[in-house]
Design a binder for this molecule. Sequence first.
Ligand code: FAD
Length: 380
Amino acid sequence: MKILLLGAGFGGLELASALSEEFGDQVEVTLIDRSAGFVFGFSKLDVMFGRTTAEAVVHPYADVVKPGVRFVQTTIRSIDPTARSVITDDGTFEADIMVVALGAEVDPSATPGLVEGGHEFYSNAGAFALREVLDSFPGGHVMIGVTSTPFKCPPAPSETALLVHDLLERRGLLEQSRISLVMPLGAPIPPSPDASAALLTAFAERGIEWHPGTLITSLDPQRNVAITADGSELPYDLFLAVPKHQVPAVVAESGMCVDGWIPVDPHTLETNFPGVYAVGDVTSVGTPKAGVFSEGQAVVVADRIIASIRGRQASMTYDGAAACYLEFGEDEVARVDIVFAPGEPPHGSLAGPASSLVADKFAFGADRIRRWFGRDWRQF
Ligand SMILES: Cc1cc2nc3c(=O)[nH]c(=O)nc-3n(C[C@H](O)[C@H](O)[C@H](O)COP(=O)(O)OP(=O)(O)OC[C@H]3O[C@@H](n4cnc5c(N)ncnc54)[C@H](O)[C@@H]3O)c2cc1C
């Protein structure tokens, strides 16, 4: 039995671990990713705000040593979902079962003026480069703006606004600065009214200006103004962008997408192609684009693959439940438990913000690095 896992993010890493745990070297699992290492989404903010270094947050795939699993670092150039095969820079790979976990990419060039006039913090390169920009920022109006939906980790722009506030305070620049958060959503985290209320309180306490229901469509780099969907102009000194998201080109060209994303059965994560599953940000499954959802979907797919190989009935279906940690600034973290059950309105609960939850967030990261990479991780 050959299994191909495309993409070694939250989804691919969890699947490789679960399948190795179950089958050892009885099953041939090939895990493919073009990158040399994995980076948690939240680590981007840690590097950007100077809490740690880029080197400390990259987890080399060379450390994925698991019975039955072979990691191949190469770029996938085409996917044939009917034949369950891919062509890569390292040759062709075929499988009995294939899982597409290739995530979502960002395209700053899709927003006119953004590349010239702003900075994005959603790619590793963009977030890591911002560290120096933020360290040398002389003060002024910092605008965090969303240019397109859907986007990964809906709380991340709010977290960024709060962490910018911390940074400006630490650097003694608050007096001569302003922070604005511009988002097309009506609330910071619409499915969690409690978390949204806590964030709005934190914004009000810090004087962070909140612009709900507002989408940035372009920047005018000559005049340092952001232009919104209704044509209004918002002046800024430093623009931190959530850029447009899309599936990687190789997925778009595979014939698997409908309206830009891979449709899946929300209970089983099966695609329209027999023996092909898709998990995480690359899908239109109906959960937010976040690693914790991708991981939860991978758990279900692993169960279904295991059941099919063992010749038994699969026991799990996807329940849409996950827990997210939110940076609140001032060394506090909150935890949002949220459920996106297919066909039901999402619901969730909030714990914190509290300094005691900082350790829980550390444990979340460290547990996964131990499970996926077999080693300890001291984050700071
Ligand atoms: C600032 C920020 C903060 C975030 N904070 C959180 C958080 O606190 N909690 C949370 O759960 N999520 C968070 N996220 C979101 C999270 O990072 C993603 O949603 C998550 O990584 C998605 O997992 P995935 O498995 O679907 O895909 P990914 O983790 O994106 O993995 C996809 C993999 O596919 C590979 N790939 C793509 N194309 C190719 C190709 N052609 N050939 C070979 N390999 C390819 C990529 O290199 C990548 O490793 C955050 C994101 C950002 C930007």
